[in-house]
Each structure stands twice: as structure tokens, then as C-alpha cells.
Design a protein around this ligand. Structure first.
Ligand code: MN3
Length: 209
């Protein structure tokens, strides 16, 4: 089965004014769509790889033949990261974290404000293009990590991501130009904490096995 571009779980203008309509249209409809198309091209004809879901594929790059490993890393990473990212935002998002995520953040960082500062700094200091993440590490604690390009914590096994923010210029340049820290601050207004809690519940289930 070929990989497919998932539909946005909300309208393109749903995250206004924090993330603008045109950015969402291009980001989802062009950038993400291109990662999906190039991933399908890269693995075409390799039945073993074609049979894997995207999460399996990016979690086991060693099993990908060397001649297409770079393409799968970049485009498969792009597909997984963006599919994860869209769901983390929503028109009813923002506010303080809730439920077990709130407990994890307070236990790991001291407070939501301290976590926000770490996350924003992680995103702002990522040189060039990449992502900043909240992961659950092997010790069960929350940690902020940043990855270059379309890499993710699934690739280096540093932990399981439950929240992430795309800090490529294409994610914010139309509205924020060079002001990446301002975009990172605006991101808090659209975070869907219910989804982050769902992600945490899944991670906990996986880690318990
Ligand atoms: Mn992007």
C-alpha cells in the first residue's frame, strides 16, 4: 500500500491568527505531499519496505538498503513528523497542559513555564531546519530534544515523542519571517493537549510491554 497524505483534522484557516492559512495550505498541500510522493518513489518495488507502516519504517532505518536510506530518512521522516504534527494542533487548543501530561511536565521540568522556556530554546537554537520535541525517555521522564532536518527521536531511539514543533522556515516564514522565537511562542496557542495526552497514554502502554 502506498503512503497517503492524511487529511488535515481541521480547516486551513482554523489556526489563525497564530498560524496563517497560506502557510497551512502550502505546508500540508505541497511540502507534506512532496515527502509522501518522494517516499513512495524511493521504496517502489521493495515489497518488504512497502509492507511497513510509516512508524516502523522510520524506527528501523538500518533495514533500509543503503542506496535509498537517505531518501527514506528524509521523506519518510518528513511524512511521519508532519502526520504527527498536524494532530498536535487545533482550533480549540492552547492553555495549560492537562491530565497526565501536566503531571509529567511538572515532575520533569518543575513547572509548565520552565518546560516552555526549554522547548522554545530548543527550537530557537536548532541551526538551520529541524524539529523540537517533548519526549518520554527510557527513564519515564520528560525531556526536550531537538533533531535536524526530518530526523526524529524514533530514529536515534532517544525516546518517544509526545509533542513536537516544526521549526523549518517553511512552517513560519510567511507570517513571522526571521522571528522563529515569536512563532514558537504562538505555537502554545494551538497545542491540542488532549492529543498530547493520547500520545502519552500510547507511549506508556508501549513501555509497559
Ligand atoms: Mn514542515
Amino acid at each position: 500500500m502506498a503512503h497517503e497524505l492524511p487529511e488535515l483534522p481541521y480547516a486551513h484557516d482554523a489556526l489563525e491568527p497564530h498560524i496563517d492559512t497560506t502557510t497551512m495550505q502550502i505546508h500540508h498541500g505541497k511540502h507534506h505531499a512532496a515527502y509522501v510522493a518522494k517516499l513512495n518513489d524511493a521504496i517502489a518495488g521493495n515489497a518488504d519496505l512497502e509492507g511497513k507502516v510509516i512508524c516502523e519504517l522510520v524506527s528501523d532505518l538500518d533495514s533500509v538498503p543503503e542506496n535509498i536510506r537517505g531518501a527514506v530518512r528524509n521523506n519518510g521522516g518528513g511524512h511521519w513528523n508532519h502526520s504527527f504534527f498536524w494532530k498536535l494542533m487545533g482550533p480549540d487548543g492552547g492553555g495549560e497542559p492537562t491530565g497526565e501530561v501536566a503531571d509529567l511536565i511538572n515532575a520533569s521540568f518543575g513547572s509548565f513555564a520552565e518546560f516552555q522556556a526549554k522547548f522554545e530554546a530548543g527550537g530557537a537554537t536548532r541551526f538551520g531546519s529541524g524539529w523540537v520535541w517533548l519526549i518520554v525517555g527510557k527513564d519515564g521522564k520528560g525531556a526536550v530534544v531537538s533533531t535536524p532536518n526530518q530526523d526524529s527521536p524514533l530514529m536515534d531511539k532517544s525516546g518517544f515523542p509526545i509533542l513536537g514543533c516544526d521549526v523549518w522556515e517553511h512552517a513560519y516564514y510567511l507570517k513571522y519571517q526571521n522571528r522563529r522565537p515569536e512563532y514558537l511562542k504562538a505555537f502554545w496557542n494551538v497545542v491540542n493537549w488532549n492529543q498530547v495526552n493520547e500520545n502519552l497514554a500510547k507511549v506508556k502502554e508501549m513501555m509497559a510491554k
